[in-house]
Ligand binder design. Structure first.
Ligand SMILES: [Zn+2]
Length: 281
């Protein structure tokens, strides 16, 4: 009777080492298998922590901007980034000094691009693209420092207006080309969208198909926008939510976001906004 009482008693998870009698049977009967699993998970976690500590000793994390060991972007560099001043920025396209009159999205500029208006409703960026922010983007995308996605997403979340969030838009990544995916070994757009969606507690869906590879580095703004036209298509059968927030790392000429916004509208989105980490200026 006493023995039965013992076998039905739950064994505390941290007591498995001190139980000398019939531990397997007791573990099975009492649901203690979870203890072994947790012990195994703890052992794995210790192993992982030890591996991380060793890797940090051999190859310390260094600031992407100043190369100081310690963090992926050190606090001093983070404080001195060229943050975009929301009060001076264009409320439509997010250009850094377009609050009163924007040189980037006024009717004359749009006419030169064969457009009546911007294809998105609004855009915001966290920082101006300069040497420092370019280093962050390069270290993240090309040097494989994937932890930097946390920094990008933190800063992008901070410039996503509360009124935008209130509409509960669905986050849509700009998909990488297949060539970029092969070269880098990871989908940076999907990583960024996931990280931002977590911070803003919003849903995220892969709405757009990957575009064909192309090189438009030598093209001017109008050429890039023409070159990008119809590059993005909705994924087969995909239906866009009414409100979407398209995320990308850098707003260069707007060509990529123009094309992605048009594809999102073609898929059914009515409200299209964009947010990027950096803005070329
Ligand atoms: Zn503007």
């Amino acid at each position: 009777m006493e023995h039965q009482t013992v076998t039905t008693q739950r064994v505390p998870c941290n007591a498995y080492r001190s139980e000398p009698r019939g531990p397997r049977k007791r573990a099975r009967d009492s649901g203690g298998a979870g203890c072994w699993e947790r012990a195994f998970e703890r052992a794995l976690a210790y192993g992982e922590a030890a591996g991380t500590a060793l890797a940090e000793t051999l190859w310390p994390t260094r600031c992407a901007i100043c190369d100081t060991p310690g963090e992926a972007v050190c606090q001093a560099c983070l404080r001195s980034l060229p943050y975009l001043d929301w009060w001076r920025a264009c409320p439509r396209c997010g250009a850094p000094f377009g609050r009163v009159q924007c040189s980037e999205c006024n009717p004359v500029t749009m006419a030169a691009l064969d457009r009546h208006e911007l294809p998105f409703d609004a855009c915001a960026s966290a920082v101006v693209y300069n040497d420092a922010t370019a280093r962050i983007v390069r270290a993240w995308k090309d040097a494989g420092e994937r932890r930097l996605v946390e920094t990008l997403a933190d800063l992008m979340a901070s410039v996503t207006a509360p009124s935008w969030r209130a509409e509960r838009p669905t986050i849509v990544p700009v998909p990488a080309t297949a060539a970029a995916l092969r070269r880098r070994g990871f989908d940076h757009g999907a990583d960024l969208a996931r990280a931002l969606a977590e911070r803003l507690s919003l849903d995220e869906i892969p709405l757009l198909a990957r575009p064909r590879s192309f090189d438009q580095r030598s093209l001017a703004r109008s050429g890039r926008i023409k070159n990008m036209e119809n590059r993005f298509k909705p994924l087969p059968g995909a239906r866009a939510p009414a409100s979407v927030l398209i995320v990308d790392d850098v707003y260069t000429t707007g060509a990529t976001l123009f094309a992605a916004s048009e594809a999102a509208r073609a898929a059914g989105a009515r409200q299209v906004r964009c947010v990027t980490f950096a803005r070329v200026w």
